[in-house]
Design a protein around this ligand. Structure first.
Ligand code: UGA
Length: 476
């Protein structure tokens, strides 16, 4: 099939009148989790009238009251400011959303299916069929969630089945690339926009819905590259990008394994190869690997979908990427067994009677997200081998307690390490990176630290009398 509007360059947006008759398109964001809430708040900040929609009443009440239900630097302030300005509202009522919006962004979660590696599209389906029967005029439905290729076409079918006839509802796909902890910047100043469209109207409406992004870029003398393409490519861009990032991390973690075997230092290796602009120095931090709500499940869903399409062989390397990532998590337990002189038998080491301090619970710093967190997976494993754990995280304690209720949660970094036989740094929060090793040395039972993120200044820690073990680095 050819797409007349698919081209490497965006066409200049024609003046397109929003179906509601408003001066600028009115936007709804369906799903107010991490993605939808952040987009809703940021697009209100860009001057749009915005409605955030979710079936989760407590979440909506919280947002209405001006509180972001997760930790994202800077977002609370923008939420309150835009509610006060009257541009931003939240609702659980899809009828209200249909009445209000010109462009409806699907931002619901697509978790891994309980029965396999594929993505669960249940929330996508219910958001579409909750919305479209209530539509009374033309509208554009835009997918942002990370989905298996082919989903946009399927949504078109859902729309034609459930929407009132003759309204001319259209579908488009525009994936998002926001990183937790950096989300405001990523939404307000995206490094690219991908528009999967089938008509000039969808193209123009989507460009108009992003005019605030272009205006901000213009004021700051920046360009926002736009790629206009077909549905399948737009859907694939997202999963391909995440697959590449996951591969880059597993590549450097594989090098860390080789460095460990050869007595080399992966941090210097990464720095050295990163000077080559073709390789680049980003996403080459070796350690306990990637986690979170995106990369792990996205590479699995991508493999599952490729298999369904008959292209499974092409993505077999992603299985290896996943295995390397799992092995990286296992390294901390192996190193702990060496440092604590508890041999690694067939059932793993026996850490009973030992106190291990875990610093970090979230999957990365500046977030409270513990989904598929390497830090928590390792904590679970250390505890399973008999260690008495005390854990501290600057933002992730509440979520971690829900995941691992049986651990001891320390109120501070100092409390966590007091009396510890071993300290494990598993999330590179600044509070841990820049902690004073001399002061901490006075609190612990033994000055042994595993730097699971290779984020500590080894020279400083060894000067303070610590034995430091990183991943892929000679012991110091
Ligand atoms: C990721 C992508 O980076 C975003 O572009 C994408 O939009 C998002 O998923 C998504 O699909 O919504 P995010 O999950 O917020 O964003 O986290 P990343 O910053 O990618 O980090 C993922 C994991 O990789 C973390 O556990 C981090 O600690 C780990 N990581 C990252 C490394 O182990 N080494 C590195 O060099 C970089």
């Amino acid at each position: 099939m050819t797409y007349p509007y698919a081209s490497a360059q965006a066409q200049p947006a024609l003046a397109v009148t929003p179906p509601s008759g408003a001066a600028r398109p009115r936007l709804t964001f369906l799903g107010t989790g991490y993605l939808g809430a952040t987009y809703a708040i940021c697009f209100a900040e860009l001057g749009y009238e915005v409605l955030g929609v979710d079936v989760d009443e407590p979440k909506i009440s919280k947002l209405q009251a001006g509180a972001v239900p997760f930790h994202e630097p800077g977002l609370d302030e923008l939420l309150r400011r835009n509610i006060a300005a009257g541009r931003l509202r939240f609702t659980t009522d899809y009828r209200e959303a249909a009445e209000f919006g010109d462009v409806h962004f699907i931002c619901v979660g697509t978790p891994q299916r309980a029965d396999g590696m594929g993505a669960d599209l249940g929330y996508v389906e219910s958001s579409v069929i909750s919305l479209v029967p209530h539509l009374t005029r033309k509208a554009l439905i835009v997918g942002k969630s990370t989905v298996p290729v082919g989903t946009a076409e399927w949504i078109e079918q859902l729309v034609s089945k459930h929407a009132p006839a003759d309204l001319g509802i259209e579908v488009a796909w525009s994936p998002e690339f926001l990183q937790e902890g950096h989300a405001l910047e990523d939404v307000l100043r995206p490094n690219r926009l991908i528009l999967g469209v089938k008509s000039q109207w969808a193209h123009d409406m989507l460009m108009t819905a992003h005019k605030g992004v272009f205006d901000l870029a213009h004021n700051e003398d920046r360009e926002v590259p736009v790629v206009v393409t077909d549905f399948a490519t737009a859907e694939l861009v997202k999963v391909a990008a995440n697959a590449f990032l996951a591969t880059k991390i597993s590549f450097i973690n594989a090098m860390a394994e080789v460095c460990d075997a050869a007595g080399a230092d992966v941090t210097q290796l990464a720095k050295s190869i990163g000077y080559d602009a073709r390789i680049g120095n980003k996403f080459l931090r070796a350690g306990i690997g990637f986690g979170g709500g995106c990369l792990p499940k996205d590479i699995r869903a991508f493999q599952a979908r490729a298999q369904e399409l008959g292209a499974g062989e092409a993505l077999r390397f992603l299985h290896e990427v996943d295995l390397i990532n799992q092995r990286s998590r296992g390294r901390v337990v192996q190193i702990a067994s060496e440092l604590l002189a508890r041999p690694y038998g067939p059932a793993g080491p026996d850490f009973s009677g030992l106190h291990i301090a875990v610093l970090g619970a979230t999957f990365k710093p500046n977030s409270d997200d513990v989904r598929d967190s390497p830090a928590l997976a390792i904590t679970r494993s250390l505890a399973r081998h008999g260690a008495q754990i005390s854990i501290f995280d600057p933002q992730g304690m509440e979520n971690a307690k829900r995941e691992l209720p049986d651990m001891t949660y320390a109120p501070s970094l100092n409390d966590a390490v007091t009396g510890a036989d071993l300290v494990c740094v598993l999330t590179e929060w600044e509070e841990f990176r820049y902690a004073d090793p001399n002061a901490l040395g006075d609190l612990v039972a033994a000055k042994l630290v595993i730097d699971g993120r290779n984020c500590l200044d080894q020279a400083l820690w060894t000067a303070a009398g610590w034995t430091v073990r990183g991943l892929g680095r000679p012991s110091a």
